[in-house]
Design a protein around this ligand. Sequence first.
Ligand SMILES: Nc1ncnc2c1ncn2[C@@H]1O[C@H](COP(=O)(O)OP(=O)(O)O)[C@@H](O)[C@H]1O
Ligand SMILES: [Mg+2]
Length: 248
Amino acid sequence: MQTLELKAVDKFFGELQVLSSIDIHVEQGEFAVIVGPSGCGKSTALRMLAGLEHPTSGEVFGNGVPITDPDPKRVLIFQEHALYPWRTVEQNVGFGLELANIPVKERKKRVNEVLDKVGLDGFQSYYPQQLSGGMKQRASIARALVMNPEVLLLDEPYGALDAITRLTMQNELLKLWKGSGMTCVLITHDIDEAVYLADSIYVMSPRPGKILEKITTGLPRPRNRNSSGFVEIRQRIMDHLDIGTYHI
Ligand SMILES: Nc1ncnc2c1ncn2[C@@H]1O[C@H](COP(=O)(O)OP(=O)(O)O)[C@@H](O)[C@H]1O
Ligand SMILES: [Mg+2]
C-alpha cells in the first residue's frame, strides 16, 4: 500500500500558472479530499499522482519513489464513467484482466466478486446504456477495484449524479475503502461531500491553486452532517472560499 506526496509543486501550462507551491502528504490508507473552486488546478494535481501530468518544478512521490508514469496500482476514476458502450458490464469490468491475459475462469470469478461488492450482482449482461447514472459509476468503480489497486484517485466521481444517489454513493465508497488499506484521494467542489468523506481536506485557492489549509477532520464515522464538529468544518471551508458570508 502507498503513501502519496506532492512537494513544492508548481505547474505552468505555457504562460498560465495553474498550481503554486503545492504540498500534499497522504498517508497509507488515508482518505484525503481536495476541495476548491473550478479551474484551480485540482484535476491537474490528481493527474500528477496518476503519472499523467508532470510538475514544472517540485516533486511527486508514491511510497517515496518519484511518480513518472501511470501505474496499474494507482487508478483514476472520473466523473464521466468511460465505459465502452459495446461491452456488457461483465466485459467492461473484466477488460483490464483480459489485457493482463488472466484466464477466462479466474476473470469471471474476480469480476463477479467485485460486482457483488459494488451492488451490481445480476447486471453482468447489461450494457452501459441500460444502467442508471449511479449504476454506471458503480461499474466504473468495479472496473478499478478488480485490478486490486493500492491507490484510488477520484476526480469528481459523483458530479453528474442527482443529490440522493450521490449520498448513497458516498456511503458505498466508504464501505469499499474501510479496512481495504487503499489510499484515496478524491476531488470535489461539494463541501459537504468533503467533510463527510475525508480524514484530511486540502482547501485550495482560485488559480493559481495554492493550499489554503489542510484540515484534519477527526470526526468519528458514520458522520452526522448536522453535528457541531461537521458544521464547524463546513463553515471553515466556506470562509476560505469566501462564500461563508453574504456581502450586500
Ligand atoms: N493540458 C492542458 N493544457 C493547457 N491548459 C490546461 C491543461 N489542463 C488544464 N489546463 C488549464 O489549467 C487550469 C486548471 O485546470 P484543472 O486542473 O482541470 O482545474 P480544476 O480541476 O480545478 O477545475 C484551467 O485553466 C485549464 O484550462
Ligand atoms: Mg477538474
